[in-house]
Design a protein around this ligand. Structure first.
Ligand code: PLP
Length: 355
């Protein structure tokens, strides 16, 4: 394996530049350390045990998971503090959460009394106590209580229920809306205070605004995920450049059926159909004016009309995906490279774990 160069890897393949990973991790670790904000990376981006461990080694207080399967893999890999930021609903999942809580520190989020009460009952039965953060919808339009009053009501209920404790607030904020997030959470914190409740933790998330985290003066922890790899969307949001993108897909040109068209062996089974707001499916670094306009499962259809240079059949291209996390989820392993050499094949141990 050590003698292998990136050119020897069969395609399509995800290649992760370990030097860029380290650089991206250190930059974030230094920033959060300096700002005295705890770092709790979301591991859905890489789903790799050794990267979670490295994040903790560099100072992360723990990790964030959205899926219990991911949390189980990471707990087996030695991670000892996990926040679940997805509502845990139903007996099978509650049982698994409690089994984890007997082994490591587990905390979770809720935006409803249904989830809070079921969690409290399951925790009491299991003889554990789960810290719950109240999830707030400050504009993302996903989960979350809709007002400061709702946040207080739910926090009071949690604080007065056996098996759970009120830990604070959690938000996955709207990208680029730092001021709006700030106003919403500040109002909720003031309302909690008037009710005699303390939010020890205010957990904020996302890579796009991570280097503005200090502007939310109440923020106690941040949960960036994509920062480890970065991707086209993150660089478009103004965090780093394409040179910082650590996960890339190497593909081969397999057909040139027309002057203005190339077909690559990376279709939706590799790049996913997640456009993330872009009109095409990633940046081809060697041919920046070529556009991956369509994906079938195995075929990537590339429009070369505006590309002065055109690739030939058999040529390999390097693609920065729009969204790195979804690509990770499609591969059992990634190739870890350093200085153009393949250093090791790294298992994506928590990939595909949708429950
Ligand atoms: C709840 C939550 N926190 C944190 C993150 C990490 O966001 P990003 O990938 O932008 O860093 C996500 C991403 O989906 C999320 O859903």
């Amino acid at each position: 394996m050590s003698a292998m160069s990136v050119d020897d890897i069969d395609t399509p393949a995800p290649v992760v530049d370990l030097d860029r990973v380290e650089r991206n991790l250190k930059r974030a670790a230094d920033y959060f350390h300096e700002k005295k904000i705890a770092l709790r990376p979301h591991i859905k981006t890489h789903k790799i045990v050794e990267f979670s461990r490295r994040q903790v080694e560099l100072g992360a207080v723990g990790i964030t998971c959205q899926k219990l399967g991911e949390a189980e893999v990471m707990a087996d890999g030695g991670i000892s503090d996990i926040l679940m930021t997805f509502p845990i609903v139903g007996e099978p999942k509650l049982k698994r959460l409690m089994a984890l809580a007997k082994r490591i520190r587990m905390s979770a989020v809720t935006d409803s009394t249904e989830v809070a009460d079921a969690m409290a009952r399951a925790a009491s039965e299991a003889g554990v106590r789960i810290e719950l953060l109240v999830e707030c919808d400050t504009g993302t339009g996903r989960c979350g209580v809709q007002s400061a009053d709702e946040a207080v009501a739910l926090a009071e209920r949690i604080a007065n229920t056996r098996g759970v404790s009120f830990g604070g607030l959690m938000v996955y904020p709207e990208k680029g809306k730092v001021a709006r997030t700030r106003a919403w959470i500040a109002e909720a914190l003031a309302a909690l205070k008037r009710s005699g409740l303390e939010a020890k933790t205010v957990s904020v998330g996302g890579t796009p605004d991570m280097y503005h985290a200090h502007e939310l003066e109440f923020s106690t922890e941040h949960r960036p995920g994509t920062y480890i790899y970065s991707d086209r969307a993150i660089t478009a949001a103004g965090v780093g450049t394409l040179d910082d993108t650590a996960l890339r897909v190497v593909a081969t040109v397999v057909s040139r059926p027309a002057e203005d068209r190339a077909i690559i062996d990376a279709g939706s089974k590799t790049l996913t159909s997640d456009l993330l707001g872009f009109p095409d499916h990633g940046v081809i670094l060697e041919y920046p004016k070529a556009r991956i306009v369509r994906l079938n499962e195995e075929h990537g259809i590339v429009n070369l009309a505006e590309s002065p240079e055109k690739p030939r059949i058999g040529e390999r291209v390097t693609i920065v995906p729009n969204h790195a996390c979804v690509v990770s989820n499609l591969f059992d392993s990634v190739y870890g490279v350093s200085d153009g050499r393949v250093v090791r094949e790294i298992p994506v141990a928590a990939r595909g774990l949708v429950r």
